[in-house]
Design a protein around this ligand. Sequence first.
Ligand SMILES: NC(=O)c1ccc[n+]([C@@H]2O[C@H](COP(=O)([O-])OP(=O)(O)OC[C@H]3O[C@@H](n4cnc5c(N)ncnc54)[C@H](OP(=O)(O)O)[C@@H]3O)[C@@H](O)[C@H]2O)c1
Length: 222
Amino acid sequence: MTTVGFIGSGNLGITVARLAIEAGHQVVLSNSRGPETLADTAAELGPQASAATSREAAAAGDLIVVTVPVKAFPNLPAAALAGKTVIDTCNYGVERDGHILELDGTSLTSSELLLRYLPGATLVKAFNNIFFKHLLSLARPAGAPDRSYLPIAGDSAAAKAAATEFLDSIGYGVVDAGPLADSWRQEAGTPVWGTPYGPYSNELGQPVGADAIRAALATARR
Ligand SMILES: NC(=O)c1ccc[n+]([C@@H]2O[C@H](COP(=O)([O-])OP(=O)(O)OC[C@H]3O[C@@H](n4cnc5c(N)ncnc54)[C@H](OP(=O)(O)O)[C@@H]3O)[C@@H](O)[C@H]2O)c1
């Protein structure tokens, strides 16, 4: 059993939290407005869930999920996240985030930008390529023939192992997509982003095996 701290508790964060609770983990939720705004959500999720400030969620988690708009990166609790393994689910989108100079070129991935704001954390990019409703409905136990896979990227083998164990526990296999510098291969608009799991209009999604994820990563172009 792991305590998972959530920095951001919106559509994607709450979905990961739900799956984590089903797998027997504890979750500590946080957002930008304060724990009182998450009290109803935590109550609905049950006794394995609690709400806290983002600093407290960062301190409490054995594993952290940062799942916020990219424009919020400068406001994250960097000191409390130092020394932590952090899963980064975030996608850069100009419509929501405005233009962020470093991300408008091809020299930096959004995960590398996050690392600049969280220099003491060890990042693994995961979950960013799947629609939250598909994530909820496609979770399957290890060994299921229709298990789905997600790409993960990161620079630390130990952090990737921790992320792999967590994803496995909540219903997903992983494909290693390389270091953070290569995580552009799974960023918004790439072949592995959204499409393999089916259209948003079908909320159930469709299972995607490891080979299809590897093939989609390989065809990404910058
Ligand atoms: N939705 C999807 O299907 C999906 C799938 C894959 C990846 N993603 C990516 O994952 C990230 C989250 O997506 P989402 O759909 O869950 O967004 P969302 O529903 O808009 O939720 C964003 C969450 O971030 C919180 N937040 C914002 N600034 C914060 C800060 N400084 N400190 C702590 N929390 C903060 C918000 O809290 P407040 O409401 O209190 O501001 C909210 O709980 C995005 O980067 C998105 O691109 C989304």
